[in-house]
Design a protein around this ligand. Structure first.
Ligand code: 5GP
Length: 346
């Protein structure tokens, strides 16, 4: 047994210190990014925010709504082949839609068939497992990369530098970072495993950038300021579940509770999801997600404007004319949780 004594931080433990700036308005800030991916060599231009591949947020409707703002979606993996083919045949907007899959043989075979027919329309692929530290994930990535050299591959989830490097060397373009921070995730409580998300982003971004790879910070953002902190910490993309849930584009039923309109949102490893998609929770495992009712928030459009406005505002406060400059101009100050709550309400 060993105890690491280094301080590890979450979003709530820091604020971004303001810096002198010549910017006069948020409208001067450009929050899009340009990337050339390490392995696929493909180019990306857009606002690097991705709706999570959860069944509420990784929907076709979400993809269409977010594309209007140059944001992306990682589609959930429960669409059937015909649905996926129809979606990828649509004239694409300017944003990237990720085809998502797990690492089983049926996942691979389904992807192979869809990709064969959709061809270059599927450029972006997200391979997603709760625990990215397994040999099985590494083997799967190597197989996928050698079969499809020109797909842009995002994979995870991991939280440490050495596993980020491993995945990038195996062929991953964007490493997905986050174990335990999700809004409907109970992994930390159920298993005791996890890593404070801000530190995970800082450490994994450093490892990835050293190899010219990228990372996507996945989970734990509860306000636009958290996205600013994630980008400030070095995230190249940020993935959102809960912040984009509760909207029309999620396709969930609207229910009434105490006179308020609500929408159901559950973790993809929750009992609810396993009952829906896998016929129940296998007797050797525990659910690691929960089921919540969120306030119904109408179309996602307003939320997107709020998020983009918050990130632009952060850039203005530190004098970053472009999102690219935000991490270079970020100095975090550590705050007590209580202080952060006071600042957070202003
Ligand atoms: P959020 O933005 O809601 O804080 O986090 C979204 C992320 O939580 C997802 O992209 C995914 O990585 C993670 N997640 C979703 N469902 C579950 C679950 O049931 N269990 C765990 N451990 N993580 C989940």
């Amino acid at each position: 047994m060993r105890i690491e004594q280094d301080m590890k931080l979450d979003f709530k433990d820091v604020l971004i210190r303001p810096k002198r700036s010549t910017l006069t308005s948020r409208s001067e800030v450009d929050i899009s990014r340009d990337y050339v991916f390490l392995h696929s060599k493909r180019k990306y231009q857009g606002i690097p925010i991705i709706a999570s591949n959860m069944d509420a947020t990784g929907t076709f409707d979400m993809a269409r709504a977010l594309a209007a703002h140059q944001l992306s979606v990682a589609l959930h993996k429960y669409y059937d082949e015909a649905e996926l083919l129809a979606f990828f045949a649509e004239p694409s907007g300017s944003s990237a839609s990720f085809y998502s899959m797990g690492i089983t043989l049926p996942d691979y075979e389904k992807f192979r068939r869809v990709k064969e027919q959709a061809g270059d329309k599927i450029e972006y692929v997200c391979v997603d497992v709760a625990n990215g530290y397994t040999k099985a994930l590494v083997g799967f990535i190597q197989k996928l990369r050698s079969a499809y050299p020109d797909i842009t591959l995002m994979a995870g989830n991991v939280v440490t530098g050495e596993m980020t490097e491993e995945l990038i060397l195996d062929g991953v373009d964007i490493v997905k970072v986050g174990i335990g921070p999700g809004s409907v995730c109970t992994t930390r409580r159920v298993s005791g495993v996890g890593y404070p998300q801000l530190s995970a982003i800082i450490e994994c971004a450093d490892a990835a950038h050293g190899l010219h790879g990228l990372i996507c910070a996945d989970g734990g953002c509860t306000s636009p300021g958290d996205l600013a902190k994630a980008f400030g910490a070095g995230a190249d993309f940020v993935m959102l579940g809960g912040m984009l849930a509760g909207h029309d584009e999620c396709g969930s039923d609207i229910v009434e509770q105490d006179g308020m309109l609500k929408m159901r949102f559950y973790g993809m490893s929750s009992r609810e999801a396993m009952e829906k998609y896998a016929g129940g929770v296998a007797d050797y495992r525990a659910a690691e997600g929960k089921d919540v009712l969120l306030d119904y928030r109408g179309p996602v459009e307003n939320t997107v404007q709020e998020i983009l406005g918050g990130v632009r505002s952060a850039c203005t406060y530190v004098g970053a004319r472009k999102l690219k400059e935000l991490s270079k101009r970020t100095t975090f100050i550590r705050v007590t949780q209580q202080l952060n709550e006071v600042f957070g309400s202003n």
